[in-house]
Design a protein. Structure first.
Length: 277
């Protein structure tokens, strides 16, 4: 059982058929929207989307916010390979357990890759996709050349980890305007980071699915920060040229976290897309 972190809400747990236990938030009624968070030290569903899911809840949606396997309050097994298929399997089993037959998926970074693969595997279950600088559309090695990845390597290999080092990475690697990074966010991420094992990063495998993007027929709304440091900007063209039903929004003065850095625009645009396409 994960230790509770101050300010990080705990709500529901699902024991999945694959033996894993996943924590999730589930609130509201109406059309179902599932938020899939990104990777990184101390990540969780709430810390990624706390400025977004309450807004959609107010707009009349049922919002489900899982902690991915290896993150948040979910299980953190040390004896598995964290392949994209494992993440997708856990989300599929969770939604089946909750009897969710149709939903829209919102995913950033790793969560975007999970959303893409989930849609490819279960096309009839996904109504719409919202992607924010998704992974899984380039070769995995290409990501490690990005400036944000170099900052991560520098910060995490230069001495014992501390909250200040985690904060340094978030400010320099993930966002354009670091005024959006507050003490509560650092505390949430640090509290989970202390419970994580290195396996979730060291064994992660996210294949390149670019060639399969034309198979996705549902409407897609994508966001990409112009000042993105974690994902190669070639991903913009990959999405634009391979997705047949996509609206792509480039956001100036924005890094990897458009849903945090430009939360009001993101919320309004996403709500309009979910309602009107």
């Amino acid at each position: 059982m994960a230790a509770i972190v101050a300010g990080l809400p705990e709500q529901n747990y699902a024991d999945l058929p694959n033996g894993q236990r996943v924590h999730y938030l589930d609130n509201g009624s109406g059309p179902v929207v599932v938020f899939l968070h990104g990777s990184g030290s101390g990540a969780s569903g709430h810390s990624n989307f706390k400025y977004n899911y309450p807004y959609l809840l107010e707009q009349g949606y049922r919002v489900i916010v899982p902690d991915l396997i290896g993150y948040g309050y979910s299980d953190k097994p040390e004896d598995v390979q964290y392949h994209l298929d494992l993440f997708v399997e856990c989300i599929k089993q969770l939604l089946d357990q909750l009897k969710v037959s149709s939903c829209s998926l919102i995913g950033n970074s790793l969560g975007g890759a999970i959303a893409i693969k989930f849609t490819l595997d279960n096309p009839s279950q996904v109504e719409k996709l919202v992607l924010m600088a998704p992974g899984g559309i380039e070769e995995q090695a290409d990501y490690f050349h990005m400036p944000g990845m170099q900052v991560m390597k520098e910060v995490f290999t230069s001495g014992p980890m501390a909250p200040e080092r985690l904060e340094d990475f978030i400010r320099r690697g993930l966002v354009y305007d670091d005024s959006v990074v507050d003490e509560q966010l650092i505390n949430e991420r640090w509290g989970i980071f202390q419970q994580q094992n290195s396996q979730v990063i060291s064994s992660m495998v996210v294949p390149n699915m670019a060639a399969r993007l034309p198979e996705i027929s549902c409407p897609i709304l994508a966001f990409w920060g112009v000042n993105e440091k974690m994902m190669p900007e070639t991903g913009i063209q990959t999405l634009a040229k391979n997705c047949s039903n996509i609206r792509l929004t480039l956001v100036s003065q924005c890094g990897h976290w458009v849903m945090v850095e430009h939360r009001d625009m993101f919320n309004r645009t996403t709500n309009d897309f979910l309602r009107n396409g």
